[in-house]
Design a protein. Structure first.
Length: 365
């Protein structure tokens, strides 16, 4: 919400500065026609006004584009000072006063938009007072004329209209932001459903292979090795048969959490299938990856799970190996087979252990 409001305010102020720069060129272009009898004072006015506009533009560019401030807000006094400059301009161009006084409407609209309807009465009153003073200077008898009265009333009416419009815009903006945030949240949930395993909240089999293929391609481009680990819960079928499938689900969730909190931010963990988990270790040797897996194994072994008044201890077995890709168009990938063999070997040697190999598997054609 704040980002949209700040962006809108910045765009309006940029437009306003653009109008002021154009007004300077317009004044210079029609200088002799506008200030026929006030050439000396008008020259001073142009110099001071131009300097003031240049200062505002420089301040805006410095804060927004050089410092990167997204919540830039102009000083209130500088915007109201613009109204004083407008009064001096109309005073000096008094021959065209009643034609050019309509510039007050444009000024009021921009004031209302910049201050986001916060000072509607103040803006309208300020412009009405400026206009009345100029009318008195021009012809004090005209103050009671119907045209002047109607114009003053129109300032307040326009201020009220702008307040109503901006209020409606703010409501629409708020609802749009709410819908956008709601849509983002639902898209995030949808992405979670597509990429994550619903039970363990780890990546699912399909997403794991997506990351695996990306890692192989990166390995081929950078000529760096990575490692793959497959972990399997020991005797999980016996646990299911003894404590039930609901207890088995809770164990899978608990083990998944322990795996997730004990890997690095760059590692990718997934539920590979059933009670098997796979972990990718980018730019990591098999030995270093095995150290992480051994830590996970040890934590799980010493972790007591309390499920339905039963204290259950779990162990896992695993295999870890490193691989490197030499051909982006590879057809055979023996890394999974090799890691599976290490896992089966760990199971056959008594379970509750992680085995790794120093051999680097070449992923090639």
């Amino acid at each position: 919400m704040n980002n949209i409001h700040d962006f809108r305010s910045r765009v309006i102020y940029e437009f306003y500065l653009g109008l002021q720069i154009m007004s300077i060129f317009g004044i210079l272009l029609f200088y002799k026609y506008l200030f026929q009898n006030e050439l000396k004072y008008s020259l001073v006015f142009i110099i001071v006004y131009t300097s003031f506009v240049i200062f505002k533009v420089a301040q805006f560019v410095y804060k927004v584009y050089l410092k990167g401030e997204e919540d830039f807000q102009p000083f209130i006094w500088s915007v109201f000072l613009d109204g004083i400059f407008l009064c001096f301009f109309l005073y000096l161009a008094h021959d065209y006063f009643y034609i050019l006084s309509d510039l007050f409407y444009i000024y009021l609209v921009i004031l209302s938009m910049m201050f986001n309807h916060k000072l509607p009465m103040a803006c309208s009153s300020f412009i009405a007072i400026c206009y009345i003073i100029l009318v008195i200077i021009q012809d004090n008898m005209a103050l009671a004329s119907l045209a002047v009265i109607i114009k003053v009333l129109l300032f307040y009416l326009l201020g009220h209209i702008m307040t109503t419009i901006i209020n409606a815009i703010n409501i629409l903006e708020s609802r749009t932001c709410y819908m956008y945030d709601d849509l983002e949240q639902k898209n995030h949930l949808l992405s979670e459903m597509v990429t994550k395993d619903f039970l363990t909240n780890l990546y699912n089999h399909k997403t794991f292979y997506k990351y695996y293929k990306e890692l192989i391609l990166r390995s081929c481009q950078s000529k760096t090795a990575f490692s793959l680990a497959i972990l399997d819960i020991d005797d999980f079928k016996k646990i299911n048969d003894t404590y039930g499938h609901l207890a088995g689900d809770k164990i899978l969730q608990e083990i998944s959490s322990l795996i997730q909190v004990n890997i690095r931010m760059t590692d990718v963990a997934a539920r590979y299938g059933g009670e098997e988990f796979a972990i990718l270790f980018p730019d990591t040797s098999a030995q270093d990856s095995a150290v992480i897996c051994e830590r996970i194994r040890n934590i799980i072994e010493t972790h007591v799970l309390n499920i339905d008044n039963h204290s259950i201890t779990i162990t896992i077995s695993g295999g870890v190996a490193g691989g490197i890709c030499t051909d982006p168009y590879y057809r055979q990938n023996k890394l999974f087979e090799f890691v599976d063999q290490l896992l089966y070997k760990a199971k056959s040697e008594g379970k509750n252990r992680v085995l790794y190999s120093h051999e680097l598997i070449i992923i090639t054609e």
